[in-house]
Write a protein that binds this ligand. Structure first.
Ligand SMILES: Nc1ncnc2c1ncn2[C@@H]1O[C@H](COP(=O)(O)OP(=O)(O)O)[C@@H](O)[C@H]1O
Ligand SMILES: [Mg+2]
Length: 267
């Protein structure tokens, strides 16, 4: 009957809206939990910045000559600007972003994320090698791509308990028209029998102990959702005791342009 159909269709639409709302809420709370992981090293970094500012201010007050005062002011300015860059990055990341995509320079997105995690890596004795090949741009929701990268970077760091090396390579493949971001760690690796489950919601091997809160098991499932909504791909390769490499592929902006043009035509 037509009326029953309409009632059911309306109910179905309501349910779909509710699922979309819950999904975005979940992504936002998962995002805030990564902020929590980084909070202690960022606080530490702030203390260092404040110590620099206070020491140079004291030096400027003690010395009457102009050259020394100018030098002190330069140092204070640089320290203040660095702190402002970190807070701005953190605030823009933590904000609940509108669901909108724009063409972005991927190198900027990678650099902004690395700035947030740099101190955390140093604190855990993880060295960082980064390499940028070309200047790929892609049609992305920048906040979601940063969330995706941060999740992978934090997982990599957490896999290197006694320290290690993290490699981040951004490149572009003109042949298949994809930008590629490789994140490789020298951590514990993932056993072959767990590998198929790592993208499942709530799958985590991280236990709560005195050092950490354990894992939510939501990081990689959120990554997968983000990748799918960007028509991208994610691949993982891992060897026990050697490390893990995640590769993300995002369509270069021209190809995304074509994709959208064709899907608009189809619709
Ligand atoms: N780089 C990595 N090295 C080793 N194991 C990893 C790595 N990334 C993910 N994993 C495994 O995948 C599981 C799921 O990851 P994730 O969804 O981010 O949840 P969580 O980090 O909360 O445990 C982790 O618990 C871990 O077992
Ligand atoms: Mg995680």
């Amino acid at each position: 009957m037509a009326t029953t159909d309409t009632v059911e269709e309306t109910r179905l639409r309501e349910l779909e809206q509710e699922i979309a709302r819950l999904r975005s809420q979940l992504m936002q709370s998962e995002k805030l939990s990564t902020v929590g992981v980084l909070a202690s090293s960022i606080t530490h970094e702030f203390n260092n910045v404040l110590t620099t500012i206070i020491n140079y201010a004291k030096m400027g007050m003690r010395h009457k000559d102009e050259a020394t005062r100018d030098k002190a002011l330069d140092k204070i300015l640089a320290a203040g600007q660095r702190a402002a860059k970190i807070t701005t990055g953190m605030l823009s990341y933590a904000r609940s972003a509108p669901d909108r995509k724009e063409v972005h320079d991927l190198r900027h997105l990678v650099e902004d994320v690395l700035l947030l995690i740099e101190k955390d890596l140093q604190k855990h004795r993880v060295s960082l090698v980064k390499e940028y090949r070309g200047q790929p741009a892609s049609l992305v929701n920048p906040s979601q791509i940063q969330q995706l990268l941060l999740n992978l970077l934090i997982n990599a760091r957490q896999a290197m308990q006694g320290g290690g090396a993290l490699t981040v390579i951004l490149s572009e493949n003109q042949e298949d028209q994809f930008a590629e971001i490789l994140i490789r760690d020298t951590g514990c690796g993932i056993p072959a029998d767990t590998l198929p489950r790592i993208f499942d919601s709530f799958f985590s091997t991280k236990q709560a102990d005195e050092g950490g809160q354990g894992g939510s098991g939501l990081g990689l499932s959120v990554c997968k959702q983000i990748i799918e909504s960007h028509h991208g791909r994610i691949r993982v390769e891992s060897s026990i005791g050697i490390g893990t490499a995640f590769t993300i592929k995002l369509p270069l902006s021209r190809q995304v342009g074509l994709l959208h043009a064709s899907s608009n035509r189809a619709g």
